[in-house]
Structures are given as structure tokens and as C-alpha cells.
Design a protein around this ligand. Structure first.
Ligand code: FAD
Length: 323
């Protein structure tokens, strides 16, 4: 059975986040010949719509409206609702980001549709879509089918395989006008205050160097930042480090922070509490640096270094500089 799949483009700082291309690649694999499309909601974002085609999009729906300058739930929900109707979508993919987590249930309720969140895989089984999602802080996985004509699914970044781009493909661009009068919007953004979290997007980083309370101070993050710079990595943190005001909460990884799945996760001075593991235990390779050989982080680590992070991290940085 062919199905029409719509992907909401995840735009950040003028670019398109990788999860959008991962979602498109998956959509192409499971559409069974149905149309794959993308919704670009913005206030005139300069997005290269051709790139969507390279990863499987047949159509790009563009809604440009001043009300979409920043994420406003009412405006985005109304715009995406209009695109879903126009595209006649059976499945809508969104990133499992703050925006996707807010929009998916809102729109599922509006359409009386089913929703599945935080998926790490989607496959076809006898014509049905089967979604895999982690439960119990990543200790187990459930396979889910959704019995509704329209399905919303949020996708955890860095898990679905991004296909090789097919640069011979092109997509039709459809400009959609959606009326979003100010008096229909119950919230509006007065000001956006951007916090600096380093150059690399934590949610999509392939390598993360994370620090815990063991870094002992804000300055203690400096050697981690230097290692991250050499590796082209993002810097993350445990809640212990955030609570101690060594770093900003934007860096927090875990149950109440960001969930990440990098290729390499280096945990320095992090004990490995269950709430921290909830955010990183599905990383492909985990390296733990801790002076306590009994620290629980070593139970999930692929490689463990028992020692003082202030001695080990600079050695790693120097050696990697030579590589
Ligand atoms: P600690 O547990 O204090 O560990 C510090 C580690 O550093 C120790 O293992 C120590 O041996 C090591 N160390 C010290 N000095 C050095 C050194 N020089 N070199 C090497 N190692 C050294 N936590 C999160 O991380 N993310 C969450 O999202 C989160 N959500 C939570 C939600 C709830 C509802 C609750 C109750 C807790 C949550 N927590 C979360 C907190 C969690 O339980 C832990 O308290 C926290 O993860 C501990 O942080 P830590 O490992 O940095 O600190």
C-alpha cells in the first residue's frame, strides 16, 4: 500500500538539521511509491529546497509568514495543519526536538490521529509500519504499530540512516499561503535570548565530550572544550555539573536534559547515574574517564580509563593533535 509521507523540516540558525534528511531517507524507504514531501515553515528562510529532493522529497511545501519567524505553537500548528491537508499525508515525521514534541501531539489530537514519539527505527512488516522506540531509559525497546489513517511520529536524531544523496533528483516547490492573523495566536515571542553552547549542535553531534561534577569548576570544562575542539565535538554535561553552576543547563544530557546518540561519547568525571544514562546510553561507543573504578559509568562504557581527568584529558588532546 503506497502512503504519502510529509516531513517537517527542522530548521535551525538558517540551516536544515540532519534529522530532516534522516527522516526523508526513511520516508522514501517506507512510502512504497507514495509521494514524499517536506514542509518548510518560516519567515522567508533561505533554504536550499533542492537538497530535500536529493534525499527523497518529491514536493516541497513552503509556507512563508511573518508569524513563523520564531516557534509559536498556534502559528506552527495552523501552518502544518494546512500543509498536511494540502499534501493529503498519511504519515507526518517531525524531529524529536522541543518543537516536534510540542507539535506532534497537538496536531494528532486535532486530526484525531495516532502518534508515536522518539522513534529510532521504522520498517515495513507485511504492509504495516512498525516503529521502534526505547523505553526504561534505553534499557529496552518496544515495537509499535499505530492503527489510524494518519500517523504522527517524532524521530530521535542520529538514529535513522541517512541515504546517499541522489543529486539527479529534483522536487516541485509549492508555495502555500496560510492566513495567520495575530489575534488567532495566543502566544507571541517578545525577544529571543540566545545562549552560546559552542559551535556544534549537541543533539546532532557525532562526538560529544561531556563533563560532570568531577570537573570541579567552570574552568574545569576548559580541558574538555580543548579536547572537543580537536575532535570537532560538542561539549555536554551531567546535571551534577549544571546544578553546581559549572556550565549552562543547555548542555545537560539525561532524563531531564537532551537525549543524544553520538558515534562517540566521552564522559569525564561523571558517575553514571541512571538519569544521566537515560540520555546517552545508546551512544555507539562510550569512553568513561573516572578516578573511581567502581563508578557505575564503567558498566555502560566500551572503554574505561581509571584516573584523574585533569591528567588524562590533556594527554588525549595532545595525542589526538598529532594524529
Ligand atoms: P557525581 O555523581 O557527583 O559524580 C562525579 C564523578 O566524578 C564521581 O564518579 C567521581 O568519582 C568523579 N570524579 C571526581 N573527580 C574526578 C577527577 N578529578 N577525575 C575523574 N573523575 C573524577 N542527571 C543527569 O546527568 N541528567 C539528567 O537529565 C538528570 N535528571 C534527573 C532527574 C531527576 C528526577 C533526578 C532525581 C535526578 C536527575 N539527575 C540527572 C541527577 C542524577 O541523579 C545525578 O545526581 C547526576 O547525574 C550526578 O552528576 P555527576 O555524575 O556529574 O556527579
Amino acid at each position: 500500500m503506497s502512503r504519502k509521507i510529509l516531513v517537517l523540516a527542522d530548521l535551525r540558525n538558517g540551516g536544515v538539521r540532519n534529522v530532516t534528511f534522516e527522516a526523508l531517507s526513511a520516508a522514501k524507504n517506507i512510502s512504497e511509491g507514495g509521494e514524499v514531501s517536506v514542509a518548510v515553515l518560516s519567515n522567508n528562510a533561505a533554504v536550499n529546497t533542492g537538497e530535500f529532493a536529493h534525499y527523497g522529497a518529491d514536493k516541497v511545501y513552503v509556507v512563508n509568514n511573518a508569524a513563523l519567524e520564531n516557534y509559536v505553537p498556534d502559528a506552527y500548528a495552523a501552518a502544518l495543519e494546512a500543509v498536511i491537508k494540502e499534501a493529503g499525508a498519511n504519515v507526518v515525521f517531525l524531529a524529536h526536538s522541543a518543537i516536534g514534541r510540542d507539535l506532534a501531539p497537538k496536531l494528532a489530537a486535532r486530526f484525531g490521529a495516532g502518534a508515536v514519539s522518539d522513534i529510532i527505527n521504522v520498517e515495513l512488516d507485511g504492509g504495516n509500519l512498525v516503529f521502534t522506540r526505547p523505553i526504561y531509559a534505553g534499557k529496552a525497546f518496544t515495537k509499535n504499530t499505530v492503527n489510524s489513517d494518519l500517523i504522527f511520529a517524532t524521530i530521535r536524531p542520529n538514529n535513522l540512516t541517512k541515504s546517499e544523496p541522489d543529486t539527479s533528483r529534483s522536487a516541485e516547490t509549492v508555495n502555500l499561503s496560510v492566513d495567520l492573523p495575530a489575534d488567532s495566536l495566543r502566544t507571541f515571542i517578545k525577544e529571543v535570548v540566545k545562549k552560546s553552547t559552542g559551535g556544534v549542535d549537541l543533539s546532532e553531534a557525532k562526538i560529544i565530550v561531556s563533563g560532570g561534577r568531577g570537573v570541579k569548576s567552570a574552568d574545569g570544562f576548559k580541558p574538555l572544550q580543548e579536547l572537543a575542539d580537536v575532535l570537532g565535538a560538542a561539549v555536554g554535561a551531567s546535571r551534577g555539573a549544571c546544578d553546581a553552576e559549572y556550565c549552562d543547563y543547555a548542555l545537560q544530557i539525561g532524563q531531564t536534559g537532551k537525549v543524544v546518540t553520538p558515534d562517540l561519547y566521552i564522559a569525564a568525571g561523571i558517575s553514571g547515574a541512571i538519569q544521566h544514562l537515560a540520555g546517552m546510553s545508546n551512544s555507539k561507543v562510550i569512553v568513561a574517564i573516572n578516578k573511581d573504578p567502581e563508578a557505575p559509568i564503567f558498566k555502560v562504557a566500551d572503554y574505561g580509563i581509571v584516573g584523574d581527568l585533569f591528567e588524562i584529558v590533556p594527554i588525549l588532546t595532545e595525542e589526538l593533535k598529532k594524529a
